[in-house]
Ligand binder design. Structure first.
Ligand code: FAD
Length: 448
């Protein structure tokens, strides 16, 4: 009988356990449901929708080439998926397992109507538990437990597919309006190539210079990281595939970074509300009201007067991605220098990142805010000017903050402090020393 494969954040045909299992049992229909109801406030943001449009077009072409088809439908997945299954007389519905809490709920809304398969992680976090049988909440012991399962399973090739004679109706991708219209803010996204072929190219490129990863991954001006995050988030490539393609090339450091993605999923199992509630509320009096809103707006626009912060925020807006070092500095700046609630920043990232990922984004924001089960303490306050010098961000700033491009390496990190700021560059929203004292005072006065 025909088999239905429900695609979510696994938009590929290779190393896809659900698709392979379905292909062994009969002709296959692929289904993607644009579901803006089930995730609630976590429906895909603007940048993710841009990516999704192109990735779906690519998956449809891949499935067609292999002999099957991608059907597009809109609505609540727990209703639409069984409906389409009925329309095609499906023997079974297959899907890869995901760790977003809303997907886990949807999967059991009508009993277990989906056969779940493993495969979008190095090793299923569900199967990596602490001595007491609970999901890990601390990275160190999690990594040791994950490491015991290395090497991860080798990736599977794409299966040969057939499709049933009678096919259900499909929406037109263009009718979903996933791309921005006016204004079209996605002009700077053109360096990305969403889809499995783009992911494979990116991986190949990374493998060639992965030997430098350990040394250069923290330097925002150097293109030393894999830039695979949006491809991994949308499941156009699997972490197991990346792991095997790299071998020892990225060193232990790369394995550890990739493992953070698995760890974030483990944390989401332990705490499904990780995106909206502080795991360990600090009881801080954060800033609200007009002045805080104006500071938040300046932060989103990359107009804080701190060059590295501004470079990061502008890179995010223009390209849909931000270097990890800049993510650390910009998020810390919002939470500690501006004393604004971390989830406001997390929501901005959610809307503007092409790799916006519930587990990774939430886990990292809680880490930086000092509210996570596993996190940096709040009182450890990053100095954005010193970070800029330490990680040699001059060329990164030149690229993203053109009004500072003419400044020397010595002046560019702190143009106001050096008396070299051009007229069109904003004054710092707050001085570093003052911000640090304000944050520490708020921490001291906290109510819990
Ligand atoms: P590489 O260094 O090449 O790493 C390879 C892969 O490992 C990444 O693609 C990613 O899947 C995983 N990875 C690396 N670092 C982390 C990490 N700290 N946590 C979880 N996974 C990691 N990453 C996202 O994928 N989506 C997000 O929404 C996201 N939000 C973040 C928010 C903040 C405040 C911070 C500090 C970090 C966030 N990250 C997020 C983690 C990290 O910054 C990105 O994964 C990384 O910069 C992506 O670039 P890359 O693919 O070149 O990374």
């Amino acid at each position: 009988s025909p088999q239905l494969v429900w695609f979510r954040q696994d938009l590929r045909t290779h190393d896809h356990l659900a698709l392979t299992a379905a292909a062994e049992r009969g002709p296959v229909v692929g289904l993607y449901v644009l579901d803006d109801e089930t995730p609630g406030e976590w429906k895909p943001g603007g940048a993710s929708r841009w990516w999704l449009h192109h990735s779906l077009a690519s998956l449809a072409a891949e499935l067609k080439e292999r002999g099957s088809v991608l059907i597009l439908r809109r609505g609540r997945a727990s209703r639409v998926v069984p409906e389409v299954a009925k329309e095609i007389g499906a023997g079974a519905i297959h899907a890869n397992r995901h760790y977003e809490p809303w997907w886990r709920e949807a999967e059991c809304e009508h009993g277990d109507f989906v056969i779940l398969h493993d495969g979008d992680v190095l090793h299923e976090p569900d199967a990596i538990r602490s001595g007491s049988g609970k999901p890990f909440k601390i990275y160190g012991p999690f990594y040791r437990a994950l490491h015991a399962h290395f090497p991860p399973a080798p990736p599977l090739p794409a299966p040969k597919l057939e499709k049933p004679a009678k096919l259900p109706a499909s929406d037109e991708l263009d009718d979903w309006n996933l791309l921005p219209t006016k204004p079209d803010w996605a002009g700077g996204f053109s360096d990305w190539e969403p889809g499995a072929a783009g992911a494979a190219k990116q991986l190949k490129r990374f493998v060639e210079h992965a030997g430098d990863y350990g040394r250069e991954r923290d330097l925002p001006a150097v293109d030393a990281t894999s830039r695979l995050s949006p491809h991994l988030h949308h499941g156009e490539i699997t972490p197991r595939q990346v792991w095997h393609a790299l071998g020892r090339k990225g060193g232990d450091k790369f394995h550890r970074e990739l493992a953070w993605r698995d760890f974030s999923r483990s944390m989401t199992l332990a705490d499904p509300d990780i995106g909206s509630k502080s795991q360990r509320p600090l009881g801080l009096r954060t800033r609200h009201g007009k002045a805080a809103d104006a500071d938040f707006e300046a932060w989103t626009k990359g107009r804080t007067g701190y060059p590295l912060v501004d470079a990061g925020m502008r890179q995010l807006w223009v390209s849909g991605w931000m270097h990890n070092r800049a993510r650390l500095v910009t998020s810390s700046f919002l939470v500690k220098h501006l004393l604004i609630d971390w989830w406001r920043g997390a929501q901005w990232f959610w809307d503007t990142l092409v790799d916006a990922d519930y587990a990774n984004n939430s886990q990292n924001w809680q880490w930086i805010a000092g509210t996570g089960f596993d996190s940096q303490p709040f009182y450890r306050i990053m100095a954005p000017l010193a970070q800029s010098e330490k990680f040699d961000a001059a060329d990164y700033i030149r690229q993203w903050v053109p009004e500072l491009a003419h400044l020397s390496d010595a002046d560019i990190h702190d143009p106001w402090g050096r008396g070299k700021a051009p007229k069109d560059y904003p004054e710092p929203l707050i001085g570093h020393k003052e911000a640090r004292e304000r944050a520490l005072a708020a921490f001291k006065a906290r109510s819990s």
